[in-house]
Structures are given as structure tokens and as C-alpha cells.
Design a protein around this ligand. Structure first.
Ligand SMILES: C[S@@+](CC[C@H](N)C(=O)[O-])C[C@H]1O[C@@H](n2cnc3c(N)ncnc32)[C@H](O)[C@@H]1O
Length: 317
């Protein structure tokens, strides 16, 4: 087995994923958002000689790197969306998974790559697609969408109160130039919002708009919803579904889907959050929330109580 090279991405709540997901000997696990492979590697280490790990990422660069580096006969890498886990499992004789992990959003590797356009300072094209082979990049969409559409996206997916002002400025600027880079978009956003907003906020004034455009262009919320409707059927009885989200729009969908599915028993009464020690080590973990559920085909049992303690007592590691 080869050990995966650590990328700039540090896996979030790794100890909690393993404690709650409980990967065991000879199990079948699906990492639906394998990214830099940190979670995948740790899960694989617990699967034993006959385990199976299916590592999926929609980003061709991430999938290619995982294929090249996670060389192990127990590992199968797929460049695909996690909403297609049912079809992917059908390639393995309709296998049922003992665990599925979704660690939503983007990775630090993607954020750090100036050519992807995810970060404010990126000087490459304002692309923001996870899968650069499908859909249209943000810069192209911003060039053709109406002012109303832009404002609606920024409001809906970024909950940005200055969405209309930002959209108006974008449309004004695009008469003069194509807004091609993330750095340029950030300047335009900064010029659209009041000075007090810039200085009074802990976040960069462009944060919410960037989040909104990324979510929209990748269809992220709709994919989470569609996937969570389908994934319980892919689990074996007692199989675990573990989902880490990074903002309230995602978490709301995760919470509702896990609670309302009759085949799932939620085992985290409250979302599990990273310890203070982890957020100091890895500030990116700050907003993470982990929710988990077990596939249970019998009427709701006592699992909920069994794991409730996990939400309250957090090991300080
Ligand atoms: C937070 S990172 C995951 C990091 C990973 N857990 C690790 O330990 O390195 C999220 C990853 O999900 C991928 N992603 C986003 N949407 C996806 C989708 N619909 N299907 C599969 N992968 C997706 C992104 O490309 C990114 O690599």
C-alpha cells in the first residue's frame, strides 16, 4: 500500500469522522468527496485486507492525483459526482456500503490554485467550477446573466444584503470590460458596498458573493439534496452516513434530509463541531458541522440516545 502525499488540505474533524463512522475490518466505504485524500487514507487504514474504498471527486485534477497516489488494490477512484454513488456501486455488484462520507465544499488545494479562481486574490480566470470539463465558468455567466439573475444568486446562495448593489455594479463594469479574474471581481464588490461594511466586518466584503457564485455555478445545494434523497438506499443495514458541511445553507439541507428519511436514524442529536484545538491548528475547520445517521430498517430504535453523548462531550484533541 502506498501512503498518500499530504497536500495543503488538512482533513477536517478526522478523529470525529472515524469515531462516529467507525470504519471496520473488511467493510465497504465510499468517500464521496475525496479531495486531497486525507479522510480516504485514514479510512483505508482501518478497512483491513478485504476492505473496499471507493474514492470519488468531481474535480478531474483531484481524481487524477488520487489515482496516481492512492495505489492499493482495495481502492477504486472515480471522477464523478457523489450524487451518482448508486450507479457507481452498481459497478461493484450492487454492493451496499457500510459507510459513506461527504465532506462538502471545496478543498484548500483548489483554493490555493490561482488558475481555478476560487480565492479573492486569484489572478487566473474566474472559473470556480469543480469540474472544469462541464458547465460554464463564473466569468462567462457573469457576462451574460441579467442584473436580476446575478442579484438573486448572490442573495440566495450568499445571503448577501448588498446583493442588488453588487449586481448593479457588476453589470455597469461589464459594459466596459469582461470581468475575467477573481481579483477584479473582488475590487468591484469592494467598490459596491458601504465603507462601514468593509471595515466593520470580520469577513472580506467579497466573501458572501464568492460563496454564492461557487455554490450556484456548481449546483451544490441541489446536488446535496438529490444525493441525500438517494444515498440511504446505498447503505447496508447499520451502515453510516457522515456529512460535514461548512455553512448554514448546506447544514439546513443535511439536517432536514437526515431527519426526514424513514430509513435513517440520526445519531448526532446536535451537529458535532470541531474542538477549539482543531480550529487553532486549522482555521478552515471553524465553521464545520458534522451530522451522521445510521441506516435502520426496523422502527426507530434507541441509537439516537446511544450516541447523544457524542454531541456533548468533546475530546479536546
Ligand atoms: C472539502 S474537500 C474534501 C477534502 C477531503 N475530505 C480530504 O480529506 O482531503 C471537498 C471536495 O469535494 C469535491 N466535490 C465538490 N462537489 C462534489 C460532487 N458533487 N461530487 C464529488 N466531489 C465533489 C471538491 O472537488 C473537493 O475536492
Amino acid at each position: 500500500m502506498t501512503q498518500l502525499r499530504q497536500t495543503t488540505h488538512v482533513p477536517v474533524m478526522l478523529a470525529e469522522v472515524l469515531d462516529i463512522g467507525l470504519p471496520g475490518q473488511n467493510e465497504i466505504w465510499v468517500d464521496g468527496t475525496a479531495g486531497g485524500g486525507g479522510h480516504s487514507q485514514a479510512i483505508l487504514n482501518l478497512l483491513g485486507p478485504s476492505g473496499l474504498l471507493i474514492a470519488i471527486d468531481r474535480d478531474p485534477a483531484a481524481a487524477q492525483r488520487l489515482s496516481a497516489e492512492l495505489v492499493d488494490q482495495r481502492v477504486h477512484v472515480r471522477c464523478d459526482s457523489y450524487e451518482h454513488i448508486p450507479e457507481i456501486l452498481s459497478e461493484f455488484g450492487d454492493a451496499k456500503a457500510n459507510g459513506i462520507l461527504l465532506d462538502l465544499g471545496l478543498s484548500s488545494d483548489q483554493l490555493a490554485d490561482p488558475q481555478r479562481g476560487f480565492s479573492f486574490a486569484a489572478t487566473g480566470l474566474l472559473d470556480m467550477r469543480f469540474d472544469i470539463d462541464s458547465g460554464q465558468p463564473v466569468w462567462q455567466w457573469l457576462h451574460s446573466a441579467s442584473e436580476r439573475e446575478i442579484a438573486d444568486v448572490i442573495f440566495r446562495y450568499g445571503e448577501e444584503r448588498y446583493s442588488r448593489r453588487i449586481a448593479r455594479k457588476i453589470v455597469l463594469f461589464r459594459h466596459e470590460e469582461v470581468i475575467q479574474t477573481a481579483a477584479r471581481l473582488r475590487e468591484i464588490i469592494s467598490a459596491s458596498v458601504p465603507q462601514t461594511y468593509k471595515h466593520g466586518q470580520r469577513l472580506d466584503p467579497a466573501t458572501r458573493t464568492f460563496q454564492a457564485l461557487r455554490i450556484f455555478i456548481n449546483d451544490e445545494l441541489e446536488i446535496i439534496q438529490r444525493a441525500l434523497d438517494r444515498l440511504p438506499d446505498c447503505l447496508a443495514e447499520g451502515g453510516r452516513l457522515v456529512v460535514i458541511s461548512f455553512h448554514s445553507l448546506e447544514d439546513r439541507i443535511v439536517k432536514n434530509c437526515l431527519r426526514s428519511n424513514p430509513r435513517l436514524e440520526v445519531i448526532t442529536t446536535k451537529p458535532v463541531q470541531p474542538t477549539e484545538a482543531e480550529t487553532v491548528r486549522n482555521p478552515r475547520a471553524r465553521s464545520a458541522k458534522l451530522r451522521a445517521a445510521v441506516r435502520s430498517d426496523s422502527p426507530k430504535s434507541g441509537n439516537r440516545n446511544k450516541y447523544a453523548a457524542f454531541s456533548k462531550v468533546r475530546p479536546n484533541t
